[in-house]
Ligand binder design. Structure first.
Ligand SMILES: [Mg+2]
Length: 222
């Protein structure tokens, strides 16, 4: 039986390119849709859209944040457009991943800069819809997404956590892990590439590596 005094009680998982591999191509497809949206609404060339997306993404954490601040873009229309993708062409159910996630003794949460609709569609295809206690999405974050420090505090509050050091964050992006690290989370960068430099406590290539890379998650403290 799992000991009552757990080192980690709550695990937060980013959604895109974390719960499914970046090599699935889905995240690249979402970026294409973002460019299309910006070309249509802002009258930009693809090159201009791509460079502005990169600027907003680095400056504000999400492209949407920049588009709302500077171009009064309607978030609902944007979110609908960029996620209007046949997801099943890119991602599929992994029984091994489901087995690993359902065997974890902690409470599992999705913590995404995306919206709940998209998250639910992804979880449905991955057959993980009943694995998580809840979804912290861009609406729950009042559009102040990762890596805004307030996003992490909101996620903690929604999961009713008072001690960040009892939490783990899994994310494919260094910039999203840095504030979590500073707040005291244990941080795991999930990225298929070999990384020379990252701010996380540990790098894994896939969540499928969890049992042998982070066996501590299945062990309590005596
Ligand atoms: Mg991601």
């Amino acid at each position: 039986m799992y000991n009552a005094v757990m080192t980690y009680t709550t695990l937060f998982f980013d959604l895109d390119a974390t719960l499914y591999p970046a090599s699935s191509g889905l995240w690249f497809k979402i970026k294409d849709r973002i460019h299309e949206f910006m070309m249509d609404h802002l009258g930009l060339t693809e090159q201009e859209a791509s460079s502005l997306r990169e600027d907003y993404y680095l400056q504000y954490g999400t492209t949407l944040d920049g588009l709302m601040r500077h171009h009064h873009v309607d978030p609902e229309g944007y979110l609908k457009f960029v996620h209007d993708i046949p997801l099943e062409k890119f991602i599929s159910y992994s029984p091994a991943l489901k087995e690993i996630l359902t065997s974890l003794p902690q409470a599992l949460w999705v913590f995404t800069n995306s919206d709940r609709e998209h998250a639910k569609r992804v979880l449905n295809i991955l057959n993980l819809e009943h694995v998580f206690q809840g979804i912290v999405d861009v609406h729950a974050l009042d559009f102040e997404a990762k890596p805004h420090p307030r996003a992490y505090r909101k996620a903690l509050a929604l999961a009713r956590i008072q001690t960040p050091s009892k939490c783990v964050l899994f994310d494919d992006l260094s910039q999203n892990l840095l504030p979590a690290n500073e707040l005291g989370f244990y941080t795991v960068i999930v990225n298929e590439n070999n990384l020379d430099d990252h701010p996380a406590d540990i790098h894994i290539h896939s969540l499928l590596d969890l049992p042998h890379k982070l066996p501590m998650l299945w062990k309590g403290e005596d």
